[in-house]
Design a protein around this ligand. Structure first.
Ligand SMILES: Nc1ncnc2c1ncn2[C@@H]1O[C@H](COP(=O)(O)OP(=O)(O)OP(=O)(O)O)[C@@H](O)[C@H]1O
Ligand SMILES: [Mg+2]
Length: 295
């Protein structure tokens, strides 16, 4: 278990060629809305500093999880890396180039699936492929769609619409859609959050299997300590907001392929788990206390 110190560098430095994504002094302020009152204090809403001076390096082919109390800024951080949101200050880099917007090099799996309700499973995935690769032959596009449907185990559901699918199946479509554009990085925002424990377990195992095959960089937000320990190489633990920061980065040393049944046989599994539980309960308690004081 180590705390990395390589996240303090002041500027982007392409020192380690294996660094794929770099955040340097990233802060995010959401501007306050005049006329709206804070529900806790009754005062006018002022600017909200969500992320404060975050620097982070993510290496190629690593599975990195982000964990932190609810509302601390995890989705904000991920959407800045996706290019869907911009940092108020600081910079974000991918392979030495600044991230200025969304791109096909990053595939996003959204927490709420974000599927087109009027399109079938097949059409949802094909739409992404067509958009990213408009010049690709129709046959190749169809093959990619078929391969990815197979990869996530959705065979037989190709012609169904999202409303005809279970939550787990919708999430599989979201994962297949993100993978179908062959992104260099897969970004996942609580991909299993809305699922029952059994489906969640199945999908975690599938993500582990797919990751073993493809070994591309993954950045995943999760609230589950066990999920983070099963899937990740590194776990980024964030502090509570406002002004959330990175508290600590844990390295997860277990060999792969990993098996959920046997993972807890490693003594360090329990140390890492306890470390994460301590962090999350400390930060969550502090959030609750500040709410009580503000009320
Ligand atoms: N568009 C926005 N405008 C104003 N404030 C926002 C906006 N988006 C997020 N915030 C605020 O920024 C903070 C971080 O939000 P974010 O959604 O990133 O948290 P999170 O860690 O992903 O939370 P959760 O675990 O509940 O998904 C929250 O206090 C939220 O209210
Ligand atoms: Mg979120």
């Amino acid at each position: 278990m180590t705390v990395s110190s390589r996240y303090q560098s002041s500027e982007y430095e392409a020192l380690a060629t294996d660094v794929q994504v770099s955040l340097r002094h990233v802060s995010k302020v959401f501007p306050g809305k005049r006329g709206l009152l804070n529900r806790w204090t009754g005062k006018a809403r002022s600017d909200y500093l969500a992320l404060d001076d975050i620097s982070l390096d993510i290496q190629h082919n690593k599975f990195v999880s982000i964990i932190g109390p609810s509302g601390c800024g995890k989705s904000t951080l991920l959407s800045i890396i996706a290019g869907l949101s911009t940092a108020t200050s600081g910079s974000v880099w991918m392979d030495g180039k600044p991230i200025l917007g969304p791109g096909p090099d990053r595939g996003m799996v959204f927490q709420n699936y974000a599927l087109m309700p009027w399109m079938t499973v097949e059409e949802n995935i094909r739409f992404a492929v067509e958009t990213v690769y408009p010049k690709m032959s129709l046959t190749r596009q169809k093959n990619i769609v078929r391969e990815n449907i197979q990869l996530v185990g959705l065979n037989g559901a190709e012609k169904k619409h999202p409303h005809e699918l279970s939550g787990g199946m919708r999430q599989r479509v979201g994962i297949a859609r993100a993978l179908s554009i062959s992104p260099q990085i897969l970004l996942m925002d609580e991909p299993f959050g809305a699922l029952d424990a059994l489906t969640r377990g199945f999908l975690q195992d599938e993500i582990e299997r797919i990751w073993e095959q493809q070994r591309q960089t993954v950045i995943m937000i999760t609230h589950s300590i066990e999920e983070a320990l099963l899937l990740s190489d590194e776990i980024v633990m964030m502090t509570r907001g406002p002004a959330a920061k990175i508290a600590q980065i844990l390295e997860v040393p277990f060999p792969r392929p990993r098996n959920r049944e046997t993972l807890d046989q490693y003594p360090s599994y329990h140390e890492l788990k306890a470390e994460m539980e301590r962090h999350l309960s400390r930060e969550t308690r502090a959030v609750e206390e500040s709410r009580v004081q503000a009320a």
